[in-house]
Design a protein around this ligand. Sequence first.
Ligand code: PLP
Length: 369
Amino acid sequence: MSDKPIFVTQPSLPSLEEFIPYLEKIWESKFLTNGGPFHQQLEEALCEYLGVKHIALFANGTLALVTALQSLRITGEVITTPYSFVATSHSLLWNGIKPVFVDIDPNTLNLDPAKIEAAITPHTTAIMPVHCYGHPCDVSAVQKIADTYNLRLIYDAAHAFGVKDKNGSILRHGDLSVLSFHATKMFNTFEGGAIVCPDAKTKQRIDHLKNFGFVDEVTVVAPGINGKMSEINASFGLLQLKHIDQILAQRKEVDSTYRELLKGIKGIRCLQDAGEKVANYSYFPILVEADYPISRDALYQKLKDNNIFARRYFYPLISDFPMYRGLPSAHRENLPVATDAATKVLCLPIYPELTKEEQKSIIDLIRTY
Ligand SMILES: *Cc1c(COP(=O)(O)O)cnc(C)c1O
């Protein structure tokens, strides 16, 4: 049994000394929020790092999702995945939009493009897929459907910071992509989020919407929200960005150690590794299949009894929560793959400081029963 608890994730923090100069600048300028210098610098730095054209920072990812939908004036029904964090669908309800759940692909656990068309109705206005665990959706198949039916496409890319396909950032796809910088995410600003958008005009509209709808001192063009990121969070983001490549390299190492150690354990399946794509190793999900000797929940409990706190991401499915389960699309018969995955998945601890010894002790517990 591990003597100190091992959680599924541990936020990466630079040293406190490194952060002090940023705080001193804020104290000197007395610029605390409202799009101050650090806010602007972080937007520019992220555009460069991620290889995207425009970014609007937010106080958190959920407000960014809510605002992304508003900026494109989405109404009616939106097709989305039940296999995600609940904020994905909540952002639809906050806009008075009806979520329509479509099943996922058994290999990627992302929205299955082959099942989208059957869910389209005259009320459908958009598709909101998730790059689950940072594994890219089949972006070209989804875009083709969006184009054919004239639907908007907003990616919940909360897990996909820094992920690339062979032609560049995964965040360039769709009309908008939304990031989360929550403490549990691989790039964090304590709380934070962003919308990635392709043109300056859309960014401007988003910037108005996140600031009460203000265009200038006396003009309000929409019932906007307060979604601004503060200078403290933005400055912390700039500092985090300095360390992100090292964090990625360490996560990659943890990921490949797990893959090596898990080889040949009957009944345990890893999701495909990134191959030629650039992954971010945000999560390490395993699927506990029927031929594993004990159930997923029994394994979860066994690890917990040994001070290892794996997480059942994503269980329960969003479609099983009370505010969604009455929807026709939420029926389990409509979502067999997602329902199955939710009973099998377990996310193992992954973060830069996780040692090889700790990984070995986790895998020993999984190997022996
Ligand atoms: C974390 C997360 C969110 C919400 O982001 P917050 O910054 O915590 O508001 C939304 N969608 C997914 C898939 C997430 O994992």
